[in-house]
Design a protein around this ligand. Sequence first.
Ligand SMILES: NC(=O)c1ccc[n+]([C@@H]2O[C@H](COP(=O)([O-])OP(=O)(O)OC[C@H]3O[C@@H](n4cnc5c(N)ncnc54)[C@H](OP(=O)(O)O)[C@@H]3O)[C@@H](O)[C@H]2O)c1
Length: 434
Amino acid sequence: MINVGIIGFGTVGSGTVKILLENKDLLKERLGFEINLKKIATRSVNKERGIKVSDDMVTSDVSVLLDDPDIHIVAELVGGITPAKDFILQAISKGKHVVTANKALLATEGKEIFKAAQKAGVEIGFEASVAGGIPIIKVIREGLIANRIHAVYGIINGTSNYILTKMTEENVEFSDALKEAQKLGFAEADPTMDIEGIDSAHKLAILAFLSYGISIPFEDISVEGISQIETQDIEFASELGYKVKLLAIAKASNSEIELRVHPTMLPRDYLIAKVEGAFNAIYVEGDATGSTLYYGRGAGDLPTGSAVVSDIVSIARNIVKNATGRIPLITATKSDIRIKNIDDVVSMYYFRFSALDKPGVLSKISGILGNYNISIASVIQKGRRIGEAVPLVVLSHQAKERDVRQAIKEIDLLPVVMDKTVFIRVEDREDWQG
Ligand SMILES: NC(=O)c1ccc[n+]([C@@H]2O[C@H](COP(=O)([O-])OP(=O)(O)OC[C@H]3O[C@@H](n4cnc5c(N)ncnc54)[C@H](OP(=O)(O)O)[C@@H]3O)[C@@H](O)[C@H]2O)c1
């Protein structure tokens, strides 16, 4: 029998407890031994959780659980940095294996935690930290172990995907879509982490760490959210054959990797572009497998609880077979991989210039773009309103980010340009099989 302690009895904690209790017999049947939920520590012991557990199962004193020598595995399901980090380090120091869903903590303090776990000879499971119900961590660590990972593209924030889907399908503005997401429980009261791309970047740091064997300084990830996206850009994207998605991208070339999170236009016939609502999807391109795609629920009590229990089971199996550490956290530590500066990234771009409707404007703008080696693939100019500002949409061929930023700076100074230029990166590679 393997004993488990859970800290945090909120959304994920409740889902995990429910699965451990309701599927206890099924798990025993599959494993040949019992996974026993021994203790739950949480702030408010008497809060109603919709699950029946005995009174003596729940405590508000985390040390009761951490000091129990019979508890083999501790699941930290509190979230945030403090005191979650402290709970994890204490559990490790007491020789307990740890499972966590805490992407924010792993993305920013993972190095220290993994080091402590390695030193103590205990395992850290973090399947629930990325894309809830999709077992993407196991996919990269085990399923794709034979591959060099060329690229990872993820829709890994359900809130943002829900908002963009709503804006696309119902033609509503960002703020209204956000309000609806909050009403339905897809967005938190403070949605900053989700809509500004930070949550996606946390998850990208974890995926890139596993894919490329390097610890990612979080600040090296270029992050942009969706709060500036307007419905007119979604409509123009649609006219050009694209959908707008918040994409987390890790792409390897030679000894460099690109790490970026930003709104991205994707050809609407790519499978990943069809991922709608609060769903998540991750595309992984391996040198042996080619394209692979994983789809499912990225959050919620039971999908995330499923991931937590999967980690508990993996660790329990290793304990029983006396084989903990069987699958090392990373297979190799690469010191020769550099993280590419966003300025050096090459991509196609969508531009929306707010330009006066008068002769010669397009040639002025295209002249500046040309000076920065940005060549035009197509142009949309709508609604003639002589002497007034109208949107002038330009799709470019591949261009360098540094050049794009410089060109926009110059263009926005033109007297015929009335507002800041909007630009969105476009992923439309021929070798992408999305
Ligand atoms: N929600 C999701 O769908 C989801 C998906 C993937 C990953 N995650 C990650 O999972 C973790 C938990 O998220 P959640 O949504 O379950 O959060 P949540 O609903 O807010 O639950 C957090 C729980 O931690 C407890 N807690 C807070 N401070 C504590 C302390 N000092 N000592 C003991 N317990 C404490 C709270 O106690 P009380 O309830 O007793 O006040 C609450 O039960 C986070 O790292 C999150 O990023 C969540």
